[in-house]
Design a protein. Structure first.
Length: 202
C-alpha cells in the first residue's frame, strides 16, 4: 500500500521513500526538501514528523491520535519550526545556539525531535556554523528538515551532510483535493471558504 502521511497530497514517491526509511530505522538525520513554492514542502515536513511520532500507524501516521493532532496543530513539543521573526529576515545566531543546546537534551515529548527550518536560507552562515556540530553528529532521534526552493541558497557544508528530497509540482487532481479539503475545513468551522489567492499561497 502506498504511504500517505497525514494531510499530505501528492509526492507519492517521496512519501514512500521516507516511510520505508523510517520503517527500517534508516531515516537520514538531515533532509533537504527542495521544490517550487507552494507544492507542500512544509506540509510534507509535518507529515514526516507525524510518521515518526505516531504509535498507531508507525512510519505513516494515523492523523487521529494525540501525537498526530498535536503536530497538525503545531503544539507538539517534539516538532520545532525555526523561522525568522519577520519575512525575509534572518534567524539570530543566539537562536541557533540555543537550539543546538536544546537538542542535546532528550525530547520533551515523544521519542524524536524534528526540527524544520522554513526557509532554511534564513539561518545564514553564522547560524549554521553555530549548529554545525549538532548537524554533523546529532543525538539519536534528532532529525533536521531544510525547506528551500533551490539548493544554491545552502552552504556546501550543509549540502554534504544532508539527503536531498526533490519535490515537483502537484498533479491537477491533488490541487483539486487540497482546495476541496480547505473549503470543507473552513465551512465546518463556520468560516468563509478561502479565496483563490489564499489557496495558491498555502
Amino acid at each position: 500500500m502506498t504511504a500517505q502521511f497525514p494531510g499530505v497530497r501528492g509526492h507519492a514517491q517521496a512519501q514512500a521513500r521516507l516511510s520505508r526509511a523510517i520503517a527500517r530505522d534508516q531515516l537520514h538525520h538531515g533532509l533537504i526538501f527542495v521544490g517550487p513554492a507552494g507544492v507542500g514542502k512544509a506540509t510534507l515536513a509535518a507529515g514526516l514528523a507525524a510518521a515518526l511520532h505516531c504509535k498507531e500507524a508507525p512510519a505513516v501516521g494515523c492523523g487521529a491520535c494525540t501525537a498526530c493532532r498535536r503536530i497538525a496543530a503545531g503544539t507538539h513539543a517534539g516538532v520545532e519550526w525555526v523561522a525568522p521573526d519577520e519575512p525575509g529576515g534572518r534567524v539570530k545566531i543566539e537562536q541557533a545556539r540555543a537550539l543546538a543546546n536544546r537538542l542535546e537534551m532528550a525530547p520533551f515529548e515523544g521519542d524524536h525531535h524534528v526540527v524544520v527550518f522554513d526557509p532554511a536560507e534564513a539561518i545564514g552562515e553564522g547560524g549554521f556554523n553555530a549548529m554545525l556540530k549538532t548537524l554533523e553528529e546529532p543525538r539519536p532521534g534528532v532529525h533536521f528538515v531544510m525547506i528551500v526552493t533551490g539548493l544554491d541558497v545552502l552552504l556546501p557544508t550543509i549540502l554534504s551532510r544532508c539527503l536531498t528530497v526533490r519535490l515537483g509540482r502537484l498533479e491537477d487532481a491533488d490541487v483539486a483535493a487540497i482546495v476541496s479539503d480547505q473549503v470543507a475545513g473552513r465551512l465546518e468551522q463556520g468560516e468563509d471558504p478561502p479565496t483563490p489567492a489564499r489557496i495558491a499561497l498555502a
